[in-house]
Write a new protein. Structure first.
Length: 357
């Protein structure tokens, strides 16, 4: 099998439906399989999967394993020589997947490749490539700064503009669409489960060059990514807190505890300054300001400030998490296409932590 496409679903059945449809329409000329990992969702993903791609496998987890754990679980049930980790809130355009495969085949030193992510309106989503986090680039990751100085090396996105259609070496590619050679992924132990959400791709992309391979961005492979729309619409600050907490863990792992706590302090100071600017705007008449936008920003930075003071954070109690993949793990032999069936909530309580259906 040339390629395994792994999608993790958590209460995103509508996105997953459109993503699977785009794969069925646009992925041609490859021997591939699709594995959907249901991460303890409340939606009936089993019924959807049974109606979609004939080569699709559904793997159910009865607990939310997070991004890393769920993707590692999907890899355990896959057999492709290459692995494509694809967010459910994406749409594959034209021959994007084929171009990613061709890029890996063109250079044996390539370990990981990512694509050019687009917003809903097909504008560039600059987060498709990123620098490895530092205190400075995390504080300066602002849309306004990126628009004014997109080629500033500190931002790590210069290749998106200097070589928009080519192959460029970068530090980190987005986990929304990331392809890696299976042997390398397994040798490195898969995604690190130190993080429940966010920073897993930065961790992997940091370890790839250390092991002797390259990380590259394939500019002419394009995928639409609707990322974060649900949290923006409901005003949740959950993703903001989790993201910064994951970056904190990442920095502590690769740069040491002192640097990580300095990052936390710097972020607290930044949040305090922003809140000082935003608070007076809340009392202005609605005719003078976009009160909704100001309120959303205020809530976001209030939550980040609380996290900086250790008053707020993401803690979860989800039981046993999927472990990293051990090197040279035996692959599953059964690659026959199977139809998905839904597990009832009661059946799931008594089932193992994961099950292929």
């Amino acid at each position: 099998m040339e390629l395994s496409i792994i999608i993790v679903n958590w209460d995103s059945i509508d996105f997953t439906r459109e993503c699977l449809a785009s794969i069925g329409t646009n992925v041609r000329g490859l021997e591939y399989e699709v594995i959907v990992v249901d991460n303890a969702s409340r939606d009936d993903i089993g019924v959807l999967c049974s109606e979609m791609l004939p080569s699709l496998k559904l793997v159910r987890s009865c607990e939310n394993l997070g991004f890393a754990g769920a993707n590692n679980l999907g890899v355990e049930h896959s057999c492709g020589e290459k692995l494509l980790f694809l967010n459910p809130d994406t749409l594959v355009l034209e021959d994007a997947v084929q171009k990613l495969v061709s890029a890996l085949d063109s250079d044996p030193e390539l370990g990981v490749v990512g694509c050019r992510l687009l917003n809903r309106d097909y504008s560039l989503q600059a987060s498709c490539v990123q620098p490895f986090p530092t205190i400075m680039n995390q504080l300066l990751t602002l849309d306004w700064i990126q628009k004014q100085w997109p080629r500033w090396s500190l931002l790590g996105i210069r290749s998106l503009f200097d070589n928009p259609d080519g192959l460029s070496g970068v530090e980190v590619v987005s986990g929304a669409c990331l392809m890696v050679r299976r042997d390398i992924f397994e040798r490195l132990g898969g995604f690190s489960t130190d993080y429940f959400l966010y920073a897993e791709e930065a961790d992997l992309c940091r370890r790839i060059p250390s092991a002797g391979w390259k990380v590259c961005h394939v500019g002419n492979a394009q995928v639409v990514h609707f990322g974060g729309e649900s949290s923006k619409s409901n005003g949740s600050t959950f993703s903001d807190v989790v993201m910064h907490e994951s970056v904190f863990k990442l920095l502590r792992k690769f740069r040491g505890a002192a640097y990580a706590y300095l990052y936390r302090a710097a972020l607290l100071l930044s949040a305090a300054v922003r809140l000082g600017v935003l608070a007076p705007l809340l009392f202005l008449p609605s005719s003078m300001t976009d009160r909704g936008a100001v309120l959303r920003a205020f809530r976001k930075w209030r939550s980040i400030a609380r996290w900086g003071l250790a008053l707020e954070g993401w803690s979860h109690n989800l039981g046993k998490r999927a472990s990293p993949i051990p090197p040279r793990r035996l692959l599953l032999k059964n690659t026959t296409a199977v139809k998905a069936r839904a597990l009832s909530a009661n059946a799931c309580k008594d089932a193992p932590s994961s099950e292929t259906v």
